[in-house]
Design a protein around this ligand. Structure first.
Ligand code: FES
Ligand SMILES: [Fe+2]
Length: 420
């Protein structure tokens, strides 16, 4: 199968000295330099060196479940077809005709038996092989097998489809490292999408990942979330790989994160151990997949940078098919809760984006319960420095990151309203 030539590795515009203060133990470290949230040159580097060379989650296997089903995805200027071929394998191709370069497939998703270019009708099968085009019989040195669609690397984990534009990149399994071990008890691949929310946020993609990675802001920004899972009850999961993960504890008799904290008959995801019943897990997988396992649903956020100062965020909720098949299945509680929480987060991210543009801003210090933010920033800093050194922030499991247990709080306004 044809593959695209690798491009030259871009040179980092951020010098190692600029990020050395971030590559320290949390107790001594400072946050990233402000220009990495604003400078178009830095963004260009991240796009070329990271997003064009790392494994990116673009969807779920259910999005192309049957042979011929496909969807298009836009990856940083590249238009890609993800298709289930007739041998049931998922494949990804550049959506570019090998004749004179027309875009082949225009509909964003659907089902096809072959790809036919709308310009001069060259035809490719679902494995990307070119069928003999008209009036090419007498061409010299024209090898059909060398003129198939250019393939993009595709791999899956737990029902998630990942693409990588870099033919030389390490395998997905190496990228994820020990991440999958933590979720083995649960049938993550069986879960199905129920809800999708999309947001435009005026903030750098890194500010959004950082915001997701701590609950230091929760008492003030998310009164309802903080009532159900107090910000100072939680811990970190250890392990190798390009990710970081934590968990938070549901207090009182609350069962999940939803607008009133209860399941209302929704079944828990199979495989939950006693400790999982009172936990919400939060993980980020480098660079832009945020993964949150709740007792009854999985939520993901995909953070897609638009430019240095704007991002699109897709938030999706997945439930077990048996839960979704119940006649009274109602996902509105979790959806309403997370739409509210998401919007609260985007607001403070936009405030940070505005403030860090000031000439007065210099890198700040991490609180001791921002180790997951620091883990992400250290990954960013290591990649800018590009010197082969890896900064490890969380080396072993940490429980009770906030120290003392929190006092019971009065009910937040959202819950009082819904109780009326
Ligand atoms: S450009 Fe596709 S067939 Fe000519
Ligand atoms: Fe938040």
């Amino acid at each position: 199968m044809a593959s695209v030539l690798q491009r030259q590795r871009p040179v980092s515009p951020v010098r190692p000295e600029e990020v050395s203060a971030t590559r320290q133990p949390t107790e001594r470290a400072s946050t990233l330099p402000p220009r990495v949230y604003h400078d178009p040159e830095v963004f260009q580097y991240e796009r070329d060196a990271w997003f064009s060379a790392d494994w990116l989650c673009v969807g779920r296997e259910e999005d192309a479940a049957e042979p011929g089903e496909y969807f298009l995805t836009q990856l940083f200027g590249e238009n890609i077809i993800v298709v289930r071929s007739d041998d049931r394998q998922l494949r990804a191709f550049h959506n570019v005709c090998r004749h004179r370069g027309a875009t082949i497939v225009e509909e964003p998703c659907g089902k096809l038996v072959r790809f036919q270019c709308p310009y001069h009708a060259w035809i490719y099968d679902l494995k990307g092989n070119l069928r003999p085009p008209r009036h090419t019989e007498t061409l010299e040195n024209f090898d059909l097998s060398q003129n198939g669609l250019f393939q993009v690397r595709l791999d899956t984990w737990a029902g998630f489809i990942f693409l990588n534009l870099d033919p030389q990149a390490a395998p997905l399994a190496e990228h994820l490292g020990e991440f999958p071990n933590h979720w083995q008890p649960f049938p993550i691949a069986e879960l199905r999408r129920s809800q999708r929310m999309e947001y435009h946020v005026k903030a750098n993609w890194k500010a959004l990942v950082e915001n997701y990675s701590e609950c230091y802001h929760c008492p003030g920004v998310h009164p309802l979330l903080n009532h159900l899972t107090p910000y100072n009850l939680g811990g970190y999961l250890p392990g190798s790989g390009n990710w970081a993960a934590s968990w938070m504890e549901l207090t009182s008799d609350y069962e999940t994160l939803s607008i009133d904290g209860y399941l209302h008959g929704r079944k828990r995801i199979p495989g939950m151990r006693p400790e999982d019943l009172k936990r919400v897990y939060y993980a980020f997988i480098w660079p832009n997949l945020l993964y949150s396992l709740h007792p009854d649903f999985l939520m993901i956020h995909l953070v897609w940078p638009i430019n240095a100062e704007e991002s699109t965020v897709i938030c999706e909720l997945f439930f077990h098919p048996e839960t979704m098949a119940e006649p009274d299945f109602d996902p509105s509680g979790p959806k309403e809760f997370w739409d509210l929480t998401n919007r609260q987060d985007w607001h403070v991210c936009e405030l940070q984006q505005a403030g860090t543009a000031s000439r007065s801003y210099v890198p700040g210090r991490y609180s001791i319960i921002e180790k997951m933010v620091h883990s992400f920033d250290a990954m960013v800093a290591d990649r800018y420095a590009n010197d082969g050194q890896r900064t490890v922030v969380v080396r072993e499991a940490i429980k009770n990151w906030g120290g003392a247990r929190t006092k019971r709080r009065s009910q937040p306004a959202e819950l009082r309203e819904s109780a009326d």
